[in-house]
Design a protein around this ligand. Structure first.
Ligand code: PMP
Length: 394
């Protein structure tokens, strides 16, 4: 095995030294070594990609559509995303100049952060949050400023945002909002979003809205987008990973005003040239002919949420109003203390149920654990049985 030359060993990109490997992944890897464990740690649908979508990709491969696609995306797919945004949030985006197809929502986040952030820029990140944001932001040399939303039921209020902009976040350039939220499952109320839009405008920020869970909202909750109120400064990110159960296909998109989009498209082309040709064909099929697919997923997740919510509440867990995505952020009952890492470790080793410690999602997550209900109903039932047995025996 080759050993790196001694004179090169200290010359790696020093920015990487500020990044820590994902604690969520590390915890998951450790939990995976426990025989028979049921893992509710993963943010990945257990459902399969719809058959008609798979068939479209197979047909596309057989038709030899396996070349470089246009760099910003196939025109038909750009149009399909534009139509999707029109019907879901009633905002017009020009497929020719205001949309870009990306390698998953993660690729979209990278493009956007690189397009707007310079080293030293501050970007506000309401927490608890999907922790990869921190790493991607730091890779650009920018500074993530955490805003702990736990005091307001895990929703950032306009007042809190303004307070931060006059304190630790003074001079910030942008804010990123995840709605519906991973890890809390909260959905932003329309009035709150409107209020935030006003503050974002007053302080001349870019807003980035990560709407990857937009289709997965339950009960009477409705998803709204900052693009409805401030399309001139919002950069909308979404994709097919969650609602269409297409995580492995790696297909996302960005919608933004054309002046920002020019930079985003440039970066996307530099980084990936273009997104895989036949994956784009599958996405066109999903968006144009699969509008019922997210509804079916939603029904399945909602039934599981109802089941899990009741089960956990009966056991004394306080839940942070799960309304969307496929996560429950549960407060650990007082009898177990408030050390979420210790609790999650105990639950994994003694009850053989894997949940993720809340502190791994940033400030405000301490004392909570995240459970994903994107697991089979049988696994969820068994997990609840095991948690009950564990709790009853303490
Ligand atoms: N944003 C959020 C909030 C997520 O939870 C995830 C996946 N866990 C992503 C983006 C990444 O989505 P993709 O798989 O399409 O890259």
């Amino acid at each position: 095995m080759p050993k790196l030359a001694d004179d090169l060993s200290m010359t790696l990109n020093t920015r990487l030294n500020t990044l820590s490997p994902s604690k969520i992944r590390a915890f998951d890897a450790k939990a995976s070594t426990i025989p028979g464990i049921i893992k509710l740690t993963i943010g990945e649908p257990d459902l399969n990609t719809p058959d008609h979508v798979k068939k479209a990709a197979i047909a596309d491969i057989e038709a030899n559509d396996s070349h470089y696609a246009p760099q910003a995306g196939k025109p038909e797919l750009l149009k399909a995303f534009s139509n999707y945004l029109k019907r879901s949030i009633n905002v017009d985006y020009d497929p020719e100049s205001e949309i870009c197809v990306t390698v998953g929502a993660t690729g979209a986040l990278n493009d956007v952060f690189m397009a707007i952030l310079n080293p030293g820029d501050k970007i506000l990140v309401p927490t608890p949050v999907w922790a990869l944001y921190f790493q991607l932001i730091k890779l650009t040399g920018a500074i993530p400023v955490q805003i702990d939303t736990s005091k307001d039921g895990f929703v950032l209020t306009p007042e809190h945002l303004e307070e931060v902009l006059n304190g630790e976040g003074k001079g910030a350039k942008a804010i990123i909002l995840t709605d519906p939220s991973n890890p809390t499952g909260r959905v932003y109320p329309e009035e709150t979003l409107k209020g935030l839009a006003k503050v974002i405008t007053k302080y001349q920020l870019f807003s980035i809205s990560d709407e990857i869970y937009a289709e997965l909202v339950y009960d009477n909750n409705v998803h709204h987008s900052l693009s409805e109120y401030i399309p001139e400064r919002n950069i909308l990110i979404s994709g097919l990973s969650k609602a269409y159960a297409m995580t492995g296909w790696r297909l996302g998109f960005i919608a933004a005003p054309s002046q920002i989009m020019q930079s985003i498209r440039k970066i996307n082309a530099f980084l990936v040239t273009s997104v895989t040709d036949n994956v784009q064909a599958a996405a066109i099929e999903a968006l144009n002919n699969g509008q019922d697919d997210p509804l079916k997923s939603r029904k399945i997740y909602e039934d599981r949420l109802i089941f899990m919510k009741k089960g956990l509440e009966d056991l004394g867990f306080e839940l942070s109003t799960p309304q969307g995505a496929f996560y429950i952020f549960a407060k650990i009952p007082d009898t177990f203390g408030q050390d979420d890492v210790a609790f999650a470790n105990e639950l994994a080793s003694k009850a053989k149920v894997g949940v993720t410690p809340g502190r791994y999602f940033g400030k405000g997550g301490e004392g909570y654990v995240r459970l994903s209900y994107a697991s089979s109903t049988e696994d969820l039932q068994e997990a609840l049985r095991r948690i009950k047995k564990y709790v009853d025996n303490i």
